[in-house]
Design a protein around this ligand. Structure first.
Ligand code: NAD
Ligand code: DAU
Length: 341
């Protein structure tokens, strides 16, 4: 049996990764270590094979707890745990520095102490900053790290500590950098689930600025397969950019959601732009395609429809979130009520 330690496995991508690994391998035992912040949700793990999955509630900044939780003979740490929302990092960056930077360093130290074979850092295309609007430029693995938001800065800093652990101590490391993920169980502070849940409730859809910022969308399961392949086939010390060559303007995404749900475009409400809003992300994924034999399996049309279906079929999941701390966050951030019904 392979033993792997997954942090942040109760979140959107971490839980999808756990389901994928349990479904597609028969010899992997998973310890899922998650602090259950506002974004962590045990409902995301309902139905997973409990014989091969153990959940431990814990903070990656708590060194003793981390050391006690990493199993002996651990094959890999997959570090998904993070504060992940750009808007929240603009409001306050402290938690981003704690979890994303300090937490990563604590995991790196623990990986060395426990002789973990490989450390896989789940990073993001946002560490490379923003691209011009022309479609000539793409992020490659050689693009400089030029983070613009506090979130991106914390993820870039984490990458530097991962590099330092390899160069200084010889730890085997892999870094993956993906574009914007979408799929089931994404917390509705992010563009797609926010727009889907607001549209389902006939509430305004708040589009920042002119709506023409471009993101490169990847279906979450495709991202997770890329992470697994980079662990199995990737070279230590390398970074792998994962992108589905699926650039879309935000306004195109929002209109597609309304069209699929049969809701009017009049629900769109242009609001004040995000501070320092990155204009365009776009990934050149030649390296993962050639070296890891990765390519996306799910088309945008299929993936968006499946995502919307999931939110329609899981209204309780959405309601649990939209009734808690989320309501206060939403009112403070957007100056509008949500989920009031
Ligand atoms: P998420 O916010 O949905 O989940 C984060 C998880 O980490 C939650 O379960 C939370 O409880 C846990 N967590 C937070 N702080 C913790 C701590 N101190 N100790 C232990 N657990 C903690 O995030 P996500 O969208 O699933 O993103 C997962 C990872 O992927 C992040 O590292 C993010 O930077 C990266 N990423 C995300 C995207 C995207 O589009 N969402 C794209 C590329 C990379
Ligand atoms: O690119 C990868 C990154 O994608 C990940 O590293 C981050 O964790 C993830 O949150 C995501 O970052 P973005 O800032 O791109 O995602 P978000 O869903 O917040 O916003 C997507 C775009 O939609 C962005 O241009 C801002 C815009 N937007 C977002 C929200 C929440 C709106 O217009 N209105 C909104 O209400």
């Amino acid at each position: 049996m392979k033993q792997i330690f997954v942090t942040g496995g109760a979140g959107f991508i971490g839980s999808a990764f756990i389901r994928l690994v349990l479904d597609e391998t028969s010899d992997t035992q998973i310890i899922n270590y998650d602090a259950l912040t506002y974004a962590g949700n045990l409902e995301n793990l309902e139905g997973v094979d409990s014989k091969r999955h153990t959940f431990i509630k814990g903070d990656i900044c708590d060194k003793d707890s981390v050391l006690n939780s990493i199993p002996d003979n651990c094959d890999a740490i997959f570090n998904f745990a993070a504060e992940s929302h750009v808007d929240r990092s603009i409001e306050s960056a402290n938690e981003f520095v704690n979890t994303n930077v300090l937490g990563t360093q604590i995991l790196l130290d623990a990986a060395r102490e426990k002789n973990v074979r490989r450390f896989v850092q789940i990073s993001t295309d946002e560490v490379m900053g923003s691209l011009p609007e022309s479609d000539e430029a793409f992020f490659t693995e050689d693009s400089p790290l030029e983070p613009n938001s506090p979130y991106a800065a914390s993820k870039a800093a984490a990458e530097h500590f991962v590099r330092a652990a390899r160069e200084t101590f010889g730890l085997e490391t892999i870094i993956t950098r993906c574009g914007n993920n979408y799929g089931s169980r994404q917390f509705p502070e992010k563009l797609i689930p926010l727009m889907v849940s607001n549209a389902m409730n006939d509430e305004p859809l708040p589009v920042y600025g002119d709506g023409k910022n471009v993101r490169d969308w990847v279906y979450v399961d495709d991202h997770c397969r890329g992470i697994w392949l980079s662990f199995e086939k990737g070279k230590s010390g390398e970074a792998y950019n994962i992108g589905a060559r699926n650039e879309l303007q935000n306004i195109e995404v929002v209109k597609s959601i309304l069209d699929i749900l049969g809701k009017p475009h009049s629900l769109i409400k242009y609001v004040k732009d995000r501070l320092g809003h990155d204009r365009r992300y776009a990934i050149d994924s030649t390296k993962v395609e050639k070296e890891l034999d990765w390519k996306p399996k799910v088309s945008w049309e299929e993936g968006l429809q499946a995502t919307i279906n999931w939110y329609q079929e899981n209204v309780d999941w959405v309601d649990h979130i939209r009734n808690g701390e989320y309501k206060e966050y939403y009112k403070k951030h957007y100056g509008m009520e949500v989920g009031a019904k």
